[in-house]
Design a protein. Sequence first.
Length: 166
Amino acid sequence: MSASLSLTILVGTMTDTARLVAQSLELTLDDGDVAVGTKLMDDLDAGVFEGLGLVLICTSTYGQGDVPDNAKQLYDSLTQERPDLSSLTYGVIALGDRTYTDTFCNGGKRFDAILSELGARRVGDVLLHDASAGTMPEEVAMDWIPGWIALCRQTLGAETEVRDEA
Ligand SMILES: Cc1cc2nc3c(=O)[nH]c(=O)nc-3n(C[C@H](O)[C@H](O)[C@H](O)COP(=O)(O)O)c2cc1C
């Protein structure tokens, strides 16, 4: 039996699409083998990462390639406080729209950049969703998530083996 994973999904959203994606993932995953908790980013700061091992950032993009309003405090806190996140493993689902050619999915890309700068390790590629593509983001995310979870198990499982041998 595969080891259970504990996953926290952090949601940055303006008009709730990212929240819907997170809810769909939570329903799909929370089967006893993956424990999932979802938090809106509202009022969070960098302290939220303390004690978290595995996080999935699920965020849209607004303004000129900015993170959505409810994610600003968390993003700014990461850039200012610069905590050591070397024990964090993360993935990113970035929602955007390709009509914004120069800033496509920048909200998610910004979180990816700051988390990796702070030492966290990304598993898998960032999932980019284009609102103009005619696909439903929650369906695209549900197709993507099993592969991502499998990669997390590989990465975190390998880490546990190294620790056991040490
Ligand atoms: C005013 C406005 C600005 C936006 N700016 C961008 C942008 O710069 N880059 C991008 O990829 N998408 C941009 N988008 C598209 C949204 O990120 C996309 O529609 C997303 O699915 C919305 O998710 P949400 O409902 O969770 O906020 C913008 C949308 C609006 C309404």
